[in-house]
Design a protein around this ligand. Structure first.
Ligand code: GDP
Length: 357
């Protein structure tokens, strides 16, 4: 499964956030494929459509899609003094598919800030700079090798060109993601750390949650990365409550959605994932696929035999199914489409696959 690595300077609230994530974790029993490790939090992707489907189909249970977060500890001791990041830390970042930096904007005189003051932009730069330097190091080793390989016609010139373009961007102090180079397939193939998508979690307090002007400023600075504003301490209390109580607490706090739910949604999207839905008396379920996947690929997520023996898919959009009130009514209204092997899945497709065994 794709994972999002959580990083951040000390004392910004990483552990607090990560503890909240692990407490919000899905039941491992329902997800036999998910390896549950101490530094991994597998949280449900909130999807209100599943409850609607479960009601329509009288499903016994609901199985949402999940998003995996990895706590990448051992951060940047001395990064700001130029000692750089530990190798273990970098290796962990290389394994993650997206990077989520927790940044502190809550003011609390009792919690020491590593740089002596609350400075979210400075904190972001410290980590970006370290990752940029590590990528530059990688490229400085790779480019001479690529030059030889291109001369010997063992490597396509585009690969070398991508490495040189990436180097030029990094030398200006920008991450490849911020420079928009992460969409370039040749650059992405270099597997550099700063071409991974970034998400920023700003750990804030009530004042910060209410300060939309400040939020807009920070959003503009970190774009194209997504920004989430949450109170990690509040989130860690929220996950302890029953759903009804949690909703009340959120409302009392002027929020419509828990920060962890936002983080799960944004993280899932950032990973380039989407879901399709299945429903029946046993379960209403969301299945995770990559954006752009075809119907047989999507079927393969349920079972490889579904992909191999794929015949067709009956697809009803969630909205049409809810309008019609049942699969039979949707069929009668001509809203059930029969799609073949070239069909590209759309978000919210409710699907039944037909296959040969
Ligand atoms: P880490 O070093 O980044 O993992 O940070 P921790 O999660 O251990 O948090 C450091 C300290 O800040 C702890 O004492 C937390 O209780 C406190 N803390 C974390 N989040 C918040 C927050 O949103 N508001 C306040 N006031 N304190 C927080």
């Amino acid at each position: 499964a794709l994972t999002i690595g959580i990083v951040g300077l000390p004392n910004v609230g990483k552990s607090t956030l990560f503890n909240a994530l692990t407490r919000a974790q899905v039941l491992a029993a329902n997800y036999p494929f998910a390896t549950i490790e101490p530094n991994v939090g597998v949280v449900p992707l909130p999807d209100p459509r599943l409850q609607v489907l479960a009601d329509l189909f009288h499903s016994e249970r609901i199985l949402p899609a999940t998003v995996s977060f990895v706590d990448i500890a051992g951060i940047v001791k001395g990064a700001s003094e130029g000692e750089g990041l530990g190798n273990k830390f970098l290796a962990n970042i290389r394994e993650a598919d997206a990077i989520c930096q927790v940044t502190r904007i809550f003011a609390d005189p009792d919690v020491v800030h590593v740089s002596g003051k609350v400075d979210p932009i400075g904190d972001i730069e410290i980590i970006s700079t370290e990752l940029i330097l590590a990528d530059l190091q990688t490229l400085e080793n790779a480019i001479p090798r690529l030059e030889k390989e291109v001369k010997g016609k063992k490597t396509a010139p585009e690969v070398l060109d991508a490495a040189q373009r990436a180097k030029a961007v990094l030398e200006t102090g920008r991450t490849l993601f911020a420079a928009g180079l992460a969409d370039d397939e040749h650059v992405r193939a270099l597997q550099l750390m700063t071409s991974k998508p970034f998400i920023y979690v700003f750990n804030t307090d009530d004042a910060g949650l209410a300060d939309t002007t400040m939020q807009e400023q920070l959003r503009a600075i970190v774009a194209p990365a997504d920004a989430i504003f949450l109170d990690a301490k509040f989130e860690s209390e929220l996950v302890e409550l029953e759903p009804d109580e949690a909703r009340e607490m959120l409302e009392a706090n002027g929020q419509t959605e828990a920060g962890l739910d936002q983080l799960a949604r944004v993280g899932f999207h950032t990973l380039g994932l989407q879901t399709y839905l299945t429903a029946g008396p046993k379960e209403a379920r969301a299945w995770t696929i990559h954006r752009g996947w075809t119907a047989p690929q999507a079927a393969g997520v349920i079972h490889t035999d579904f992909q191999k023996g794929f015949i067709k898919a009956e697809v009803i959009s969630f909205a049409d199914l809810v309008d019609a009130g049942s699969v039979a009514a949707a069929r009668a209204a001509g809203k059930a489409r029969i799609e073949g092997k070239d069909y590209v899945m759309a978000d919210g497709d409710v699907v039944e696959f037909r296959f040969n065994v």
